[in-house]
Design a protein around this ligand. Structure first.
Ligand code: AVJ
Length: 333
C-alpha cells in the first residue's frame, strides 16, 4: 500500500519523456473510463502543457493558495528556520514548481547555515534543471543537489548519503489531491523515510467560504477549465484518442462532507470516443471525475501529525487564516 501512495504523490509532476507516453497513463485512463462512475486521476494533468496552464492558474487573482502561502513564508520564514535548532543542512523540495516560495525559506535558512544544501526531488529532469538554475542564480553560493527520482527513492538516497538534518518541504497543499487515507499513508511513509531530528513543512489549504473556493476552482477567465480540459487533449496526443474537447465542459463542485472541491468534465451530449482502439460511451450530462482538492480544519492538521507520528513544532498562517504551513519534527521512534 505505501508504494502505491508513493507513486501517486510522485506522479503529481510533469511527465517524463517528450515522445513516449507513460504506460501507467493508458492503464489509468482505460480503467477509469471503464468504471460505472468515470474518473481519471489528477496526477495526469501535468504534461508540459498542463504544467504551463497550472503556472497561469497560480498567477490568477482568484487562485488564492499560491498568494497566501507566499504571504505566510514572507512573514514567517525567519521564525520557521529559527525553530530548526541547529539545522538543517539540507532543504529537500518535493514538488518545487518554479521555486518561488522555496526561495523565501532558503534565504532565511542560509543566514543560519551558510553551508546548507538545496535538494529538489523530481522525476522530471526538465523541472529539476529549471528550479536548480533559478536557485543557483538567486543564491550564488548555495550548494544545489538535484535528485532525479520518485520522492521516496530520492529521500532514501539522501538519508543514506547525508549526515546532516533534513527539512522536507511539501508546499502548495499538494497533499489535498490525496484522499484522506492516502494522505495518512503518504505522511507515514515520509515519517519512516526520515531520521530523528529531521523536519517537514507541509502546506494545508484551510476550509473557508465556499464562494472563495468556487471562484478559485472555476475562474472567470476559464484558465482552470483549460487546465481540466487539457487532460482530454493529452489523451488525444499520447494515447491516440479522438476526444472532441468542445463536447465537454469544466465543472467544479464543493462537497461539504469531505470537505473538498472536486473537478469534473461533463459531457454536453451523448457520444462515443475512441482511445487506443477502444470505444467509450458518454451520456449527455455524464461527468468524469478528475480531481479532489481537500480543504482542512485546523484539527485535521493536528490529527495528520498524530497519525503519521510527527511532533508539531509550529504552525504558520496568513492573516485571513486561509492556509496553514505546519512544521513537524521527527521525534524518537
Ligand atoms: C497543485 C494540487 C495544489 O488542488 O489547488 C488548481 C491543482 N487544480 N486548480 C489544487 C489545481 C485546480 C492544485 N494543486
Amino acid at each position: 500500500m505505501p508504494s502505491r501512495t508513493a507513486s501517486l504523490a510522485v506522479a503529481a509532476r510533469p511527465s517524463t519523456g517528450p515522445f513516449r507516453s507513460d504506460p501507467r497513463f493508458l492503464r489509468d485512463v482505460i480503467a477509469g473510463l471503464g468504471r460505472e462512475r468515470k474518473a481519471i486521476p489528477s496526477r495526469w494533468f501535468y504534461d508540459a502543457r498542463g504544467t504551463e496552464i497550472f503556472q497561469e492558474i497560480m498567477s490568477l487573482g482568484a487562485y488564492y493558495p499560491t498568494r497566501v502561502e507566499h504571504e505566510i513564508l514572507e512573514r514567517h520564514a525567519a521564525e520557521i528556520t529559527a525553530r530548526l535548532a541547529g539545522g538543517p543542512c539540507t532543504v529537500v523540495d518535493l514538488g518545487a514548481g518554479d521555486g518561488t516560495k522555496t526561495r523565501l525559506l532558503l534565504a532565511s535558512v542560509l543566514e543560519h547555515s551558510p553551508r546548507a544544501v538545496y535538494a529538489p526531488i523530481d522525476i522530471s529532469s526538465a523541472a529539476l534543471e529549471n528550479v536548480s538554475a533559478r536557485m543557483a542564480s538567486a543564491f550564488p553560493r548555495l550548494r544545489v543537489s538535484p535528485i532525479e527520482a520518485e520522492y521516496f527513492d530520492g529521500l532514501r538516497a539522501l538519508v543514506r548519503r547525508d549526515a546532516g538534518g533534513l527539512l522536507v518541504l511539501f508546499l502548495g497543499s499538494n497533499i489535498g489531491n490525496l484522499e484522506r487515507a492516502e494522505a495518512v499513508d503518504f505522511l507515514r511513509l515520509l515519517r519512516r523515510s526520515l531520521r530523528c531530528g529531521d523536519h517537514v513543512l507541509v502546506g494545508f489549504d484551510l476550509l473557508k467560504d465556499v464562494s472563495v473556493l468556487q471562484a478559485a476552482y472555476d475562474d472567470h477567465a476559464g484558465v482552470t477549465a483549460a487546465f481540466n480540459l487539457n487532460l482530454l487533449a493529452r489523451i488525444n496526443r499520447e494515447l491516440d484518442g479522438d476526444f472532441d474537447v468542445r463536447h465537454f465542459e469544466h465543472v467544479a463542485t464543493f462537497d461539504p462532507a469531505r470537505p473538498a472541491m472536486e473537478s469534473w468534465l461533463r459531457s454536453r451530449r451523448q457520444h462515443l470516443v475512441r482511445i487506443a482502439g477502444r470505444r467509450f460511451r458518454f451520456e449527455a450530462g455524464e461527468r468524469v471525475h478528475t480531481e479532489i482538492s481537500c480543504k482542512y480544519r485546523e484539527e485535521d492538521v493536528t490529527a495528520f501529525a498524530a497519525s503519521a507520528g510527527f511532533e508539531e513544532v509550529g504552525r504558520y498562517r496568513d492573516r485571513r487564516r486561509w492556509f496553514a504551513d505546519a512544521l513537524w519534527r521527527v521525534g524518537e521512534r
